[in-house]
Design a protein around this ligand. Structure first.
Ligand SMILES: [Fe+2]
Ligand SMILES: [Fe+2]
Length: 173
């Protein structure tokens, strides 16, 4: 059984993951209308992944006798000055999510909820991976600068870009 403190902290994370899915959906749409299909597909995939992160939390809360909250979401940014700015926002957002996960881990220890603590380790590893991917992309975008040809090639190659963290367990998700 979840304590009320843990339940509400997990519900807050459910909302953050749902908002993350919307943040990346908006980026996918923006990239698509700008004609960069590779970047757009990458963002659609990211959006789907965030929904998976949310669902995993929803199931966990319900399985442990809590009530997962499906709540109203903040609207995401829908347009960007440049691809560079969009990828900066992606990294910023992932750092924000990592901080939120860290706080959740902290609360689980305070509450002596070791089952939740164990469950959250997957998210800790996932965030290392997601931040690393965002940083790798941003490094590449910074190298490309304003070069249209570079962006064209990057758009073609982004699908192959996966950063596998040694800390991430292979969960098949
Ligand atoms: Fe996530
Ligand atoms: Fe993420």
């Amino acid at each position: 059984m979840l304590s009320k403190t843990i339940e509400s902290a997990l519900n807050k994370q459910i909302r953050i993951e749902a908002e993350s899915s919307q943040v990346y959906l908006a980026m996918a749409v923006w990239a698509e209308i700008k004609g960069l299909e590779g970047i757009s597909n990458f963002m659609y995939d990211q959006s789907d992944e965030e929904r998976e992160h949310m669902l995993k939390l929803v199931k966990f809360v319900n399985e442990r006798g809590g009530h997962a909250q499906v709540s109203e979401l903040n609207a995401p940014n829908v347009s960007f000055d440049s691809f560079k700015q969009m990828f900066e926002k992606l990294l910023e957002h992932e750092i924000f999510v990592s901080e939120s996960i860290n706080e959740l881990v902290h609360i689980s220890l305070q509450e002596k909820d070791y089952a939740t603590h164990n469950f959250l380790q997957w998210y800790v590893a996932e965030q290392i991976e997601e931040e690393a991917t965002a940083r790798t992309i941003l490094d590449k975008i910074n190298m490309i600068g304003d070069d249209k040809g570079g962006l064209y090639l990057f758009d073609r190659d982004i699908q192959q870009l996966t950063v596998v963290s040694s800390a991430a367990p292979d969960t098949g998700v």
